[in-house]
Design a protein around this ligand. Structure first.
Ligand SMILES: [Zn+2]
Length: 267
């Protein structure tokens, strides 16, 4: 069974999809954040939607519309960047989770596309899981490993990719019309010794907003990167579902309607 895209589905489609045992939902959590002069502000959203779509397809899951904003204070002084507060990010996760749970979703997988979202998304996931609703967060597992294998340019810092070869390749693979190759420029800012350990305005480090070198980017590299992250994400999700004993229901394999029928009746 293919994934169900909630933005295009009717409520009866959702009822039937969940009743068939497909109770895994995927929420891409993006950002509207500067990514240099050559990439769109929606870069993080495009990337996490690409990963979430592939995962929803793999699991015959429910694909939720992406959250197009995130916590991105670091980039807040670049025009166009819109930042949510951390508490707003957490609240959005909790509210979406509560609604998804009410119509029979058993696990909400949040595909996080932005560094600033990490702390608030994980905090909300922990809170919901403690409260009895399973929420699992992915932060692009395997990205550094595949980056090491694919990238021809050096990292701006270990594991740091922002508007660089890696991110540019992913957008070239997913939304090539939004990339401006004529504006590519490399930038390797000097970073403070405690970079990543405290909030810091990116414009004080890189006036262009680029951290790395977009010039060697290709769509083929982007496809390789996304495929690897999806593969690692499947490993992590399977391990998680196995660990919580929900594998059958979540994979929708011959489980059939079970405890979800009660919740459907209530909706
Ligand atoms: Zn990004």
């Amino acid at each position: 069974m293919p994934k169900l895209d909630l933005a295009a589905a009717s409520w009866t489609d959702v009822r039937d999809h969940v009743a068939a045992g497909n109770t895994l939902a995927f929420l891409p959590f993006g950002a509207l954040e500067q990514h240099g002069p050559h990439l769109p502000l929606s870069t993080d959203t495009i990337q996490c939607v690409g990963v979430a779509e592939a995962l929803a397809e793999h699991y015959s899951g429910l694909l939720l519309p992406a959250v197009p904003y995130g916590e991105t204070w670091d980039n807040g002084r670049f025009p166009g960047t819109i930042s949510l507060s951390a508490s707003t990010v957490s609240a959005i996760c909790r509210d979406i989770g509560a609604s998804a749970q009410s119509f029979g979703v058993t696990t909400l997988v949040i595909v996080n596309g932005d560094f600033g979202n990490r702390a608030p998304v994980h905090a909300a996931a922990r809170e919901m899981s403690i409260g009895g609703f399973d929420v699992f967060v992915l932060d692009y597992p395997g990205l550094v490993e595949v980056g090491d294998a694919v990238k021809e340019s050096p990292w701006a810092a270990p594991g740091l990719c922002h508007a660089d070869e890696l991110e540019t390749s992913m957008v070239l693979a997913l939304e090539p019309s939004l990339v401006h190759p004529d504006r590519y420029e490399a930038s390797y800012p000097e970073l403070p010794a405690d970079f990543g350990r405290r909030p810091i305005r990116f414009d004080t480090l890189s006036p262009s907003g680029v951290f790395g070198d977009p010039r060697p980017a290709t769509a083929a590299k982007g496809e390789t990167i996304i495929a690897f992250v999806v593969e690692r994400s499947v490993d992590e999700i399977d391990a998680h579902l196995g660990a919580i004993g929900a594998t059958d229901a979540a994979l929708g394999e011959a489980a059939g309607p079970t405890s979800t029928s009660e919740q459907q009746g209530a909706s």
